[in-house]
Write a protein that binds this ligand. Sequence first.
Ligand SMILES: Nc1ncnc2c1ncn2[C@@H]1O[C@H](COP(=O)(O)OP(=O)(O)OP(=O)(O)O)[C@@H](O)[C@H]1O
Ligand SMILES: [Mg+2]
Length: 253
Amino acid sequence: MPGLQIDNLHVRAGEQEILRGVDLSVAPGEIHALMGPNGSGKSTLANAIMGHPNFEVTEGHISLDEREITEIDPDERSRAGLFMAFQYPVAVPGVSVTRYLRTVLNAHREGRGEEAISLKDFRRDAESAMELCEVPREFSQRYLNDGFSGGEKKRMEILQLALMRPRIAILDETDSGLDIDALRVVANGVNSVAGPSMGLLIITHYQRILHIVRPDFVHVLYKGRIVKEGGPELVDQLEAKGYGWITDELAAA
Ligand SMILES: Nc1ncnc2c1ncn2[C@@H]1O[C@H](COP(=O)(O)OP(=O)(O)OP(=O)(O)O)[C@@H](O)[C@H]1O
Ligand SMILES: [Mg+2]
């Protein structure tokens, strides 16, 4: 199956097994939401998909477009078309936003066997992406995430997403800490880059973003396992009732 496929994934961090058999598929063109209480393993899953070295896959498989990627390094995953916006983005002092974006973009193009983008084309694409994400022009000369406010960092991530057009994008709490206008900008940005050739996995605690970016599928992670799946109606149920009823269902089963 094209897209992202996760089979029976078990992941350990330190001494602890955090994911205990996760199955999840995200096909191009689909929008999936991953929800679940604090500490259930959502960021761990995202990090394991990206190949973060702190997380060890002890069992199971991850594949992208039918290519097994469980063991390959993060750079190569990114060039293969995986993109992740982090819950806590890091600052890169000394590297300007435009230089960073152009370097990453060219690494991706190289990965696809394409030529480096010309400066002229890059400027044009970057400008339209910046307009789309409502990122102020002067940001391009600043150092990446250095002194950016929380909301500005999130917009930067959507800007990257708009430029990279990955195969699968994972957004880990891209909506956290955003005021209502910034949330709308970010969510509209996500909607305008989403399309038939990109799959999206949105990790969030809130229905706000999911009312603008409508998910096709919703998964609930609890103690390292997906315990409930459904359509967008599940988001409203969770918002209204919390997670207690799901754990009650589990206990009764
Ligand atoms: N590097 C690590 N070493 C040890 N334990 C870790 C490590 N990273 C995460 N954990 C633990 O794994 C569990 C799941 O954490 P994770 O960050 O995946 O949760 P989450 O679902 O993203 O939570 P939140 O909603 O708060 O973001 C937590 O108990 C956390 O303390
Ligand atoms: Mg998290």
